[in-house]
Design a protein around this ligand. Structure first.
Ligand code: BDR
Ligand code: CA
Length: 306
């Protein structure tokens, strides 16, 4: 069955891989892409998103999301994505993609209301746009088919000792989403850090032909260099795991429990907290991915994008 998705991204090197996987998948139909502030400011993430969509031939419209978190001051990711937020690929001037005039949050609301139970939201940045859509139109939480998001951690943080970047960059938004009652699937660091790209794999992808593969390799070379320079090992495939889940949820191990976010503005700000286990409701939290499946889907997507 075709899955109709809206991606909300802060492109970002691994966000770009999420876009590649979605664009190249036979079972995913991209309804729209919203760029949000996160890894870098909105101006940069929007530009990066438009460029990536153009190169991949994504026909779906691209929208600007929010430039500022709900409450906290703006924070950007450290040194993983480079100065532009997407260092590595060089883009030609765009011929097709340009930002739509409608606001990203309004696009999310309108699309979900017009297609009840049909649209999967895939946020791979801070949750500002999703929280605002829920605040402006409370029916969004019930009418969205599912939200499959990258964010949070129960094994310690990657930006502070306790907090993962997407949760830390807008904790209040994350709390709204986690308590919304929507059908939620969460990819925390617990799961994503188990899926990394090795240098052998990257060398293999360099032999692939086509725009998708060139973009993938240009992004992943920078990502790899930045991880290695910081002594962080091999680069983590955080964001594309959400897309892989939409392609085939059976390839993941998950547990269902409540999740809340630390909103006290101290050293725990943005930490995701594991609440009680539940049979229904709460959040379906990924803790393990079938990595062979993930890379097989990447291969297929890159071949389709040739
Ligand atoms: C998340 O932070 C961003 O830098 C990545 O794109 C990913 O969405 C990982 O913590
Ligand atoms: Ca991201």
């Amino acid at each position: 069955m075709m899955q109709r998705i809206i991606l909300d991204v802060d492109t970002g090197l691994d966000d770009a891989v999420a876009l590649i996987l979605a664009a190249g998948s036979d079972t995913i139909q991209i309804e729209g892409v919203v760029a949000t502030s996160g890894n870098m400011g909105l101006e940069r993430t929007l530009e990066n998103t438009l460029n990536v969509c153009e190169v991949l031939g994504i026909q779906a419209p691209v929208f600007a999301g929010e430039a500022h978190p709900l409450v906290r001051e703006l924070v950007h990711a450290g040194d993983f994505h480079g100065k532009s937020g997407l260092d590595g690929p060089v883009f030609a001037p765009r011929k097709n993609q340009q930002v739509q005039t409608k606001q990203g949050v309004q696009f999310i609301i309108d699309t979900i209301l017009a297609n009840p139970g049909q649209i999967v939201l895939v946020p791979t940045g801070p949750l500002t746009d999703i929280a605002l859509a829920m605040q402006k139109e409370p029916r969004v939480a019930k009418l969205v088919k599912q939200i499959v998001l990258m964010g949070g951690s129960f094994i310690g943080g990657n930006v502070t000792k306790e907090a993962e970047f997407n949760a830390y960059a807008d904790p209040e938004a994350a709390q709204i989403v986690f308590s919304s009652g929507a059908d939620l699937v969460m990819f925390p660091l617990d799961c994503t850090t188990k899926v990394t790209l090795s240098d052998v794999q990257l060398d293999r992808y360099k032999t692939f032909k086509g725009e998708g593969a060139s973009l993938f390799c240009a992004c992943m070379k920078t990502y790899m260099d930045n991880y290695q320079r910081q002594g962080k090992g091999f680069p983590v495939m955080h964001d594309p795991l959400c897309v892989a889940y939409v392609i085939d949820p059976r390839r993941f191990t998950l547990t269902r429990h409540e999740v809340s976010v630390e909103l006290e503005q101290d050293e725990t700000y943005g930490k995701t907290i594991r609440g009680k286990d539940c049979e229904t409701g709460g959040v379906l939290v990924a803790n393990h991915a079938d990595t062979d499946f993930f890379w097989e889907e990447m291969d297929k997507a890159l071949k389709n994008l040739h």
